[in-house]
Design a protein around this ligand. Structure first.
Ligand SMILES: Cc1cc2nc3c(=O)[nH]c(=O)nc-3n(C[C@H](O)[C@H](O)[C@H](O)COP(=O)(O)O)c2cc1C
Length: 378
């Protein structure tokens, strides 16, 4: 296999598979689950796959210097763990030393990885102090060296970055530098570092970014990220800007674990509880057999599954007091019968409050109508 075939194959396959599944006449972007520290590990990726799989997954970002350090390398292995039965994610790494990036990227294929992504957007102060993440926007020579270093692995190299460090408009100078490196994919989080996640994503710059790509690096895929909550929202954006190749969704998954599903529908409480139980089972398995996991970190996920139905918050509160997956299961066994009964008797077993309220309003109207009919007939 030549280097160039290997470099292109992973993303070519993603694009081809996405188009093969496309039943519409519009070009379909691929959808990815964003890399999220302490979230997108092998456990959560598999839960999302069950709820509604994206086309691409990313790992949490992993420190390249730790990967190549003889003593630290074991501490980061858990982040890169991939289960046999899960889709191979893209490994996201971060760092500011080209030699460490090269070393880390070379380890990845030995672990089964087929693509590497470089983080050039992290706004975190400790990452910036290390000269990495979004700090590379201010040090473009180093950014170029880092990309070249990653390419020595033979893996396709992609970059995820922001529009600028201080100002969004810096993208006019910054993105051409990355595009000239002919990366496989350029993912743009449509905000500056200074804007963190607070300002609305700058969708107004998408066309300009796509035009830059067409001119400077027509083969580079452009993936857009920021404030896109669901597949439907991503498709709507890609319809307006047909040059978009990929859509990345991050926090949307916290509001809706079914964010990637192709035909959106309402989900029952039972389905959400099944996802929570799957997460508990996978947590126990990974904790026992792959890498130690902190139970406390599991609590941040409860809200994803336990929202939008009667008693959700009281059930969540009970679970927040737990100290083990066994305790969580015990509470679910104890409380769920009561919750299901209350929810079912109201006939609103949906996650979606609006649907539940509409159902209840209809039930009340029917009750009033039948009472009125009864009165008229008697
Ligand atoms: C909890 C959390 C952890 C994150 N960790 C990473 C990370 O490890 N690497 C990265 O490139 N971006 C990380 N991000 C940023 C997301 O990948 C994404 O760019 C950002 O959330 C904007 O997209 P969204 O509006 O769809 O959430 C993280 C975001 C969140 C909320």
């Amino acid at each position: 296999m030549t280097l160039s075939t290997q470099q292109d194959s992973f993303w070519d396959e993603i694009v081809k598979q996405t188009q093969a599944k496309n039943t519409t006449s519009d070009k379909q972007p691929f959808f990815s689950l964003a890399p999220m520290e302490a979230v997108t590990d092998t456990i959560f990726r598999r839960v999302v796959a069950q709820a509604g799989p994206p086309d691409v997954y990313y790992t949490e970002f992993t420190n390249a210097s730790s990967m190549v350090h003889p003593k630290a390398k074991f501490s980061v292995q858990g982040r890169l763990a991939v289960a046999e039965n899960e889709a191979q994610p893209v490994a996201q790494i971060w760092g500011s030393r080209p030699e460490d990036i090269a070393g880390a990227a070379k380890i990845l294929p030995t672990m089964g990885y087929r693509a590497v992504d470089i983080n050039m957007g992290c706004p975190d102060a400790t990452v910036i102090k290390n000269g990495a993440g979004s700090d590379l926007i201010r040090h473009d020579n180093l950014a170029e060296k880092i990309i070249s270093a990653a390419k020595t692995s033979g893996l396709p190299v992609s970059v995820k970055t922001r529009l600028g460090f201080y100002h969004a408009e810096e993208f006019r100078d910054w993105l051409p530098i990355i595009l000239r490196q002919n990366v496989a994919v350029l993912t743009v989080h449509l905000r500056s570092r200074k804007e963190m996640s607070k300002a609305p994503a700058h969708v107004e710059y998408i066309d300009e970014i796509l035009a830059m790509r067409d001119k400077l690096a027509p083969k580079t895929l452009i993936q857009i990220n920021g404030d896109i909550k669901t597949r439907a929202e991503g498709l709507a954006l890609a319809k307006i800007h047909p040059g978009i190749d990929g859509i990345m969704i991050g926090r949307g998954i916290f509001e809706n674990p079914y964010a990637f599903e192709k035909i959106p529908r309402q989900h029952t409480l039972e389905e959400s509880i099944a996802l929570l139980k799957r997460q508990l089972d996978l947590f126990d398995d990974v904790n026992a057999n792959v890498t130690p996991k902190h139970f406390e970190a599991l609590k941040r996920y409860f809200k994803i599954y336990l929202r939008g139905f009667a008693h959700a918050s009281s059930l969540r509160q009970l679970l927040m007091e737990t100290h083990s997956t066994t305790e969580v299961r015990q509470i679910l066994t104890r409380e769920l019968a009561r919750v299901y009964e209350a929810v079912a008797s109201d006939q609103h077993i949906y996650r979606d409050n609006a649907a539940a309220i509409a159902d209840m309003a209809m039930a009340t109207a029917e009750k009033h109508q039948s009472a009125a009919d009864h009165k008229n007939n008697s």
